[in-house]
Design a protein around this ligand. Structure first.
Ligand code: PA5
Length: 393
């Protein structure tokens, strides 16, 4: 992975600001090393063999897996699943992600569909109290109860939750369901290397490769800090929106994952950079106008992939064309006073994206400390939850 925070940045950055934030390195590194929610810096993955065993068992009796979770208990798995699934060829064992909506139309169709097939469900909630997850799981469990007896059901339900507390853990203890844990010291959006994501992902990719890449990414502390300093300095210059840009359609959910990581980590106490995303070239024909020519509140991070499958059209390799377009857009946006950061990957693989992901955990945590906020809570999310509770109980 190559991070470039210089080439398209030097004309924008203010050296005094950069120095001011660079000087906070020791303090920021120390804060992270002492944080009580930093379990993702050294995650225990000794449960991987259990994951593979349960996966094989599910494959032997089910035709699909329904994953129920939301936010940090959903986006990482969904992002990798989309990125590493073929665009058109249907998987022989699909993973359905549910629990992210209260739409009755969606739920009705889902339940009707599940009535017709053998499936297993993996419910994922650290707190065990998230309404969308709880309602969806409750409805899906009723379908299972119609199909299987109580002994069979135990092979069709896998619960991923807190090791000791919460309603889901109580249910596991009472019913004897199979379960995995989300450790106490790892919050939802930082839980990529827990069973919350590794179990669903074991159905579509080599999780050991993802884990290796993740460990490599944690070594990129200096690079991650430079990125955080660059973001923080741009914010002081009025660049309060970061646009994550991909040229690959199947990165859509990966950018959603990044938006959640930064939105929940940084957006608090009236501060923070608003993360948005665009897929090019599609969005060049819509929001591209705003980026090039509109309010100058945006800077961008472009993901560039060196090697992709080759596809020759009229004597030209399409990926080379895509890269030329990407370089052209960067030049155009820089000329329109939009600072650009570039992250280049040699290829897209579970390993390279694992590396990119833990690198981004570092960037998010460092950025949080540079904003003098706690990178590991999300008090704003609790506000709507409390209001819903007041109305619905
Ligand atoms: O990142 C976070 O902490 C949140 O997005 C949570 O993951 C999300 O609210 C779901 O919480 P839970 O896993 O407790 O159901």
């Amino acid at each position: 992975m190559k991070l470039d925070v210089c080439t398209y940045m030097s004309k924008f950055l203010d050296s005094d600001l950069v120095t001011k934030y660079l000087n906070r390195k020791e303090e920021v590194f120390q804060k992270l090393s002492q944080a009580n929610m930093n379990g993702w810096l050294n995650p225990d993955v000794s449960f991987c063999d259990d994951i593979l065993k349960v996966r094989n068992q599910v494959l032997s009796h089910s035709k699909c897996l329904v994953v129920v979770g939301i936010g940090g208990s959903f986006l990482g798995a969904k992002a990798f699943y989309e990125m590493f699934s073929p665009y058109f060829k249907k998987s022989s064992f699909p993973v359905i992600f549910a629990g992210t909506t209260l739409s009755s139309n969606y739920m009705k169709e889902l339940l009707e569909y599940l009535e017709t097939i053998d499936f297993s469900v993996n419910v994922i909630s650290k707190s065990g109290t998230t309404r969308e997850t709880a309602l969806t799981y409750c409805a899906i469990k009723k379908v299972l109860e119609k199909k299987y007896n109580s002994e069979e059901i135990k092979r069709h339900i896998i619960v991923t939750t807190d090791p000791v507390k919460g309603t889901l853990r109580d249910e596991v203890n009472k019913e004897g369901y199979q379960s995995f844990i989300i450790p106490d010291n790892i919050g939802g959006r930082y839980s990529l290397l827990t069973a919350a994501h590794l179990f669903p992902l074991s159905f579509c990719l080599d999780i050991k490769e993802l884990i290796s890449g993740y460990r490599e990414g944690l070594g990129l502390k200096e690079e991650a800090f430079s990125y955080a300093v660059c973001r923080r300095s741009l914010y002081d210059l009025g660049k309060v929106v970061e646009n994550f840009v991909t040229y690959e359609n199947n990165w859509y959910y990966y950018l959603e994952w990044l938006k959640q990581l930064f939105g929940e980590t940084e957006g608090k106490s009236g501060k923070g950079i608003l993360p948005i995303s665009m897929i090019h070239t599609r969005d060049l024909h819509s929001l591209g106008q705003f980026v090039q020519d509109g309010n100058k509140i945006i800077y961008e991070t472009f993901f560039k992939i060196k090697n992709m499958n080759s596809c020759n059209i009229e004597g030209k390799d399409l990926h080379e064309v895509n890269l030329v377009v990407e370089d052209s857009v960067i030049s155009a946006h820089v000329s329109g006073n939009v600072p650009c950061i570039v992250i280049e990957l040699d290829e897209v693989s579970p390993r390279s994206i694992g590396q990119l992901s833990s690198f981004y955990f570092l960037v998010a945590a460092y950025s949080g400390y540079l904003f003098d906020i706690n990178p590991f809570d999300q008090p704003g999310v609790e506000v709507y939850k409390a209001e819903v509770k007041r109305r619905l109980g």
